[in-house]
Design a protein around this ligand. Structure first.
Ligand SMILES: Cc1ncc(COP(=O)(O)O)c(C=O)c1O
Length: 373
């Protein structure tokens, strides 16, 4: 076992440029190591409340914000189970692997599920959404903001108003962009906006969050067989006491409270969003200079994860493993896109300087691979 992967004393020394989980700074690890009271105690409730208030600011919302003791997929399933009645239809917009996953969750829960997808690399446009919604009556619509498999950012600011015009509830999976790219929940009227914490929030995995509108809570009360663990009504009722229904990962909630304070009061929201914009731009400049074409259609590239086509036709596996031997991890393409694309994650606490250091090394690796082709 390599020392940079597994060090009994120091933990992994790999610098992660991945689309989650991401590299966790020392200050967050230290926060997680602090002792805690129980999840039914007053000090815990105060900590939980700080998280709820921080999330409202982050998401520009007055809606309730919930903490789920799961990863994001748990909340994706919660949306399906809580918001779609037996005699209603759900529409899943898909632009990649995670859109497909949400649709599969709909089907596996026995909901009448329809998928409207586009070729991978393309976004859902307002025109596409309008056409899809004209075909039938949908009670709930599901969409990703950032699709991590393709590196496409959907133009949700234009698409969601179209969906709302049809009177449907809207659930947004912002897993790989929340806390990195601005989403204004109230302005857009998003009913559920969800994410997990191992990406732009920069925490270890195991916790998910969402905002939930009054309309979504009201709808939940009309839906039968919502299940037990992810019942929105139960989660909302418990959040009134600043608690979760079951035992949460308390150290992570402590770290999340501290991280929200850092994001809102130290770095500042606008600065954080701008830093992610610069990270996205810098990666795209590097790709252009070295002749890797971007996979997403121009204008829809994500600022948290860049997916590049293998336009130099090099051995992507070798490129990734050589970089890993130098202490940095990037990732191959997702699923069918393996070896045809590769991905660089630039989210969380990554700085432009960190990114440039990694890209310098990657440039040399690509040159060597081309020479030896
Ligand atoms: C866009 C998107 N949605 C959902 C998920 C699933 O998240 P989790 O692994 O936290 O369940 C991911 C994970 O990478 C993702 O990128």
């Amino acid at each position: 076992m390599s020392e940079i992967h597994f060090d009994k004393e120091k933990g992994s020394q790999i610098k992660l440029f991945t689309p989650g989980p991401v590299y966790i700074p020392e200050r967050i690890l230290k926060e997680m190591a602090k002792p805690n009271d129980t999840h039914r105690s007053k000090p815990y409730a105060e900590m939980h409340q700080l998280v709820e208030e921080g999330l409202k600011k982050l998401l520009y919302t007055s809606n309730d914000c919930l903490i789920s003791t799961s990863s994001a997929t748990g909340l994706m399933e919660a949306c399906v189970r809580n918001l779609v009645k037996k005699d209603e239809k759900a529409l899943f917009f898909s632009i990649g692997a995670f859109g497909d996953r949400w649709y599969k969750i709909g089907v596996s829960n026995g909901k009448v599920s329809v998928k409207e997808g586009v070729e991978w690399g393309k976004p859902i446009t307002p025109e596409f959404a309008q056409e899809a919604l004209n075909k039938d009556k949908y009670a709930v619509v599901f969409i990703q903001s950032n699709e991590t498999s393709t590196g496409v950012y959907n133009p949700i600011n234009e698409v969601i108003p179209v969906i709302k015009d049809f009177g449907a509830l809207v659930c947004v999976d912002a897993t790989s962009s929340m806390a990195g790219i601005k989403v204004e929940v109230d302005k857009l009227g998003i009913d559920v906006c969800l994410a997990s914490v191992q990406k732009c929030f920069t925490l270890p995995p195991g916790l998910a969050l969402c905002s939930i509108s009054k309309a979504a809570i009201e709808k939940t009360s009309q839906v039968k067989n919502r299940g037990f663990y992810f019942d929105f009504l139960d989660l909302v009722k418990r959040s009134e006491k600043h608690q979760t229904p079951t035992t949460p990962p308390i150290p992570q909630i402590r770290a999340l409270a501290a991280q929200l304070d850092y994001i809102l009061n130290h770095e500042g929201l606008e600065k954080r969003f701008e830093r992610h914009e610069r990270l996205g731009k810098r990666t795209r400049m590097w790709a252009r200079d070295i002749n890797f074409e971007m996979f997403p259609e121009k204008g829809y590239e994500s600022n948290t994860v860049s997916t590049m086509k293998n336009s130099l036709n090099i051995d992507i596996g070798k490129m990734v493993s050589t970089l890993l031997s130098k202490g940095y991890r990037i990732v191959n393409g997702y699923g069918d896109l393996k070896n045809k694309t590769f991905r660089i994650g630039h989210m969380g606490e990554v700085t432009v300087k960190d990114l440039e250091n990694m890209l310098k090394i990657l440039t040399d690796i690509v040159s060597d691979l081309r020479l030896n082709q």
